[in-house]
Design a binder for this molecule. Structure first.
Ligand code: NDP
Length: 289
């Protein structure tokens, strides 16, 4: 079987072009969608993530500022910055890059972001809206996965979607989105480290979402022929002294057995950034309603 590649780059381009008219409509009303990115400390991976995100905003003519704080910043100082950004009309979205230093309570900080600027979709109010089937700001990675599947005409209706991983940023929200009547309308199984006999479930999947954070974990023995595989993982491994990024799926092993597959890199990753832009535009549009 030929395994088709579900390119996140291609899907993200389609999303950006659909955003053009929405952005120019906002500009006609004097609104330039703006993102405030808060970066604490000097974690090299966080630096790269924030740079990639802000670069994209700049290339689209949107506003973005990075607020850099020392690793030693106190929780109160960080909360006071969030409080200022909550009322700053130039920013429609606030992003706090994780992880935060250990002395800071991340949950407290994320919950301090006003829900209408919570473009990462992590606030309990937005998580609650999603879980009752009224999504407002949906976490970017699962939202991006739904977009890729739709872009490549992979219909979830009546299918069995199996998700490996139950984090609040990927696994749990994608399982909810896929199950919602107006969105996926799929039958969903959510697996995690407590799942007994993971292969029993994964081999039933019409669509398998691998979001467990374990390099190349899912090989051909975990899937059925013709399955669609969504590889969310971003894992850095060393190969012969060189560092390399791989997903949670062993892509060589499943090629020829899966019907389609999101690559790593250039699969789910670009969609995550694209959806951050979309959520920020959506937040700015709330001002017009
Ligand atoms: P977390 O570590 O928060 O969650 C991992 C989940 O996988 C947990 O629910 C855990 O179970 C489960 N799990 C771990 N090992 C196994 C196993 N052997 N069998 C079954 N379940 C298992 O990770 P994230 O959700 O934050 O991220 C997952 C992956 O996606 C990572 O590689 C991350 O880098 C990547 N990622 C990629 C993004 C992108 O833009 N492409 C964005 C965000 C993340 P339990 O709950 O029991 O611990």
């Amino acid at each position: 079987m030929e395994t088709s590649i579900l390119s996140g780059l291609e899907a993200s381009k389609a999303l950006y072009s659909s955003l053009e008219s929405r952005i120019s409509h906002l500009k006609d009303h004097g609104i330039i969608p703006g993102l405030a990115a808060v970066l604490v400390g000097n974690n090299p991976a966080s630096e790269i993530y924030v740079k990639n995100k802000t670069k994209k905003f700049e290339s689209l003519g949107l506003k973005t500022d990075v607020f850099r704080l020392e690793e030693t910043v106190s929780e109160d100082e960080l909360l006071s910055l969030i409080s200022k950004l909550n009322t700053d009309s130039e920013f429609h979205g606030i992003l706090v890059q994780l992880p935060l230093p250990k002395h800071i309570d991340s949950e407290k900080v994320l919950n301090a972001i006003i829900p209408t600027k919570d473009v990462d979709g992590f606030h309990p109010e937005n998580a609650g809206l999603l879980s009752i089937g009224k999504p407002r700001f949906v976490p970017c990675t699962p939202k991006g996965i739904m977009f890729i599947l739709k872009h490549f005409n992979i219909d979830l209706n009546g299918k069995h979607v199996v998700v490996i991983g139950r984090s609040n940023i990927v696994g749990r929200p994608i399982s909810i989105l896929a199950s919602l009547k107006d969105l996926g309308n799929a039958t969903v199984t959510l697996c995690h480290s407590g799942t007994k006999d993971l292969k029993y479930f994964s081999k039933q999947a019409d669509v398998l979402v691998a979001a467990l954070g374990s390099p190349e974990f899912v090989d051909s023995s975990y899937i059925k022929e013709g399955a669609c595989l969504v590889d969310v993982g971003i894992n850095r491994i060393e190969v012969e002294g060189n560092s390399k990024i791989v997903g949670d799926v062993n892509q060589d092993s499943v090629t020829g057995i899966a019907s389609s597959l999101t690559p790593v890199p250039k699969g789910v990753g670009p969609m995550t950034i694209a959806m951050l832009v979309e959520n920020t535009v959506l937040s700015a549009e709330l001002l017009l309603n």
